[in-house]
Write a new protein. Sequence first.
Lengths: 462, 365
Amino acid sequence: MEPFDVIVVGGGNAGLCAALAARHSVPRVLVLERAPEYMRGGNSRHTRNIRCAHASADKFFSAPYSEEELLEDLIGVTGGPANLDLAKFAIRQSSKLPGWMEQHGAAWQQPLAGTLSLGRTNRWFLGGGKALLNAYYRTAQHMGITVRYDAPVEDLEIADGRFEAVRLKSNEKQELIRGQAVVIAAGGYEANIDWLKRHWGEAANNFIIRGSPYNDGSVLAKLLEKGAKPMGDPKGFHAVAVDARAPRFDGGIVTRLDAIPFGVVVNKLGRRFYDEGEAIWPKRYAIWGGLIASQPDQLAYAIVDSKTIDSFLPPMFKPYQADSVSALATAIGVCSDTLAQTLDEFNRATSGKNEQQMESPDGNGTRGISPPKSNWAIPIDRPPYYALPLRPGITFTYMGVAVDEAARVLDNSGRAFENVYAAGEIMSGNILTKGYLGGFGMTIGSVFGELAGRMAAIHARG
Amino acid sequence: MLAGETGLYAEANRQLVICNACRYCEGLCPVFRAIETRRDFAKGDVFYLANLCHDCRACYYACMFTPPHEFEINIPRILAQARLESYKHWSWPGVLGRAFQESWIGSVLAGTAAVLVIAAGAALISPVRLFAGHTGPGAFYAVVPYLAMVIPALVLALFGLGVWLRGGVRSWAETDNSSRARWRVKELFDAVGAALTLRHLDGGGPGCNYPGERPNSARRVYHAFVFWGFLADFLSTTLAFVYQDFLHRLPPYPLASGPVLFGSTGGILLIVGVAGLMGIKHKSDRNPSFESAYGLDHIFLGTLGVTALSGMLTLIFRATSALGVLVVTHLACVAALFITAPYGKFVHAIYRSLALVRYYAERSQ
């Protein structure tokens, strides 16, 4: 078989952007998606917006958002990118993304109700990430890009820093597919529980993986085995609090819980362990997965009462409900004396005010308890009482491979592989080291996907 | 309440609660924006959302949780099922309301009405009169006397209107959810505009995902053909009534007259629209559809289509000896259309329009 010009490993956002960009200059482009067609798209299926700098407001951006401001936000939330030049490149390119995406089928919608604060900085996909991916796949088909589903890559043939072929394993059959260049956009390893166990031990058995069960990092492992330089904390992941009753994989957005600032959070011993009223929203959202991962059995409960049960987004799973604290404790299997004591102490430490001003930190904190609740601290004393069980919900992992400014993968000596490119979550560790800036994963995937595809095609053309 | 019915609401609730926790589809259509103003979904809410749904299917293809995902979200399908249940619930008498779930009843109704008309024609019209060919003013009535045409049609139409009115009033009362709505002329105009232009049969912009995943406007265009074609034919009939009873001019009318111009335009629009809708329905993805709805749609489209076709043939061959047979056939089709109007897909026009009125009134709140 005649070799492909560009082979893209992974059919998520970054992979599709790479394939589309490559196809503009070379005829033979192949996308290998290891998931079946109905699960195509990796974790991009669960995304909903993309963060882009823009000089002026338009129908979908409520106000300008400069490159400088985006960089400040990135540094503020993630504590500084690992590779500042790549971060700046992503930000500079981000302003061109909406136009490029539209040309390839993307459609937009107004920011979702309740997320208006993101309407200035982020652009929302009409119908969400899966709808965006559907549009990309349609465009890919229209442009004559070959897509294969159920096509897990087992090995990469790389000799002397030069990619030759991918080895495919499908239906117990081995298959070798040659290409002039390869773009690896195969995601992270968050769905590989054994890999997580290497760093987290048995606790990883209690983690909930919010996205695709196919992100097992097998291609990342192959790249590292071939001498690619790792980038980012191998233990690090982004995790939020999700409902403990969520499915092990792929529960997506609907299992996340917004209840934490409205009440208190106790562990299975019935004790509070962290300030539920910390001020900064994105940080607060992202920090709880890790906090719960460090609690006994990786389990916690958000406790609220009838005053606040209707104040947050209605959860998918019905909260436990009881008319007394002890009945609630029994329902969730927590020592009722301890829970009653925890709530008593908390209630006594509040100012007694019963109103929460959620728009901004209201300064209504507790006094004299540790940990404190710095804002929105109102007594939990009006039955019925409610408990929402929480577990760490892993969104993505940070560690990936190092790349250069042409999206080429670097080896351990810092030299670039000749024709191996990477895009998306598998190289986001070059930019994101910890924390998360909403919608920026899609920015990285789109910018480096387009770049990697374009550069790979240039290489293939010779 | 039947066990199946309880299961329907429980299942609709299960899915709607998940949608309410997700909200990705908010930009696609009013259904999701209406979901967000509620936390619990009573029977009336489910019926309201079901009738607000235009079955554009954008949400089905956008959803990460459709089967085989364990959440098994399939909003177009569960709402189609709830829609049929609401049609039945608001129908009268109950025994005929079953037609919304067992589409053979509709076929039997339509078939019986048509056969009765044809049988009456065969029994009461002498072959000579039937095949003679008639021209000039009153030619149609030379085949079937005026009153024999008008009285059954009027009885059926008034009965149908009565059933519709009763259903409309009940649906309005039962989908009322506290006092969220706010009434102004503007909201009413918005709702009427949305109904007339099928504003929300657009998947939030790119077009509805019908018959497959690729968004396009075919369904909206064909549906518009059917709707405006029907309206043109309604206008044609009204004009003919004015010509005859006020201007004292008996049909058939010349080609350049109002009734014929509107009638033939409407006929062509209907034929093209019905053929188009049936064609894409045939190709459509069955996963997001509910099987009984499929049958119901076919009876409705079928009766509309043959009525338009027989009307057009009557117009084309009215000067020949086929006139008699064509007039009787056309009347048989009209009878089938009228008898099934309160017990078929026709009712969606009422309930969806009312749902749109409620939606726009709620939204302005």
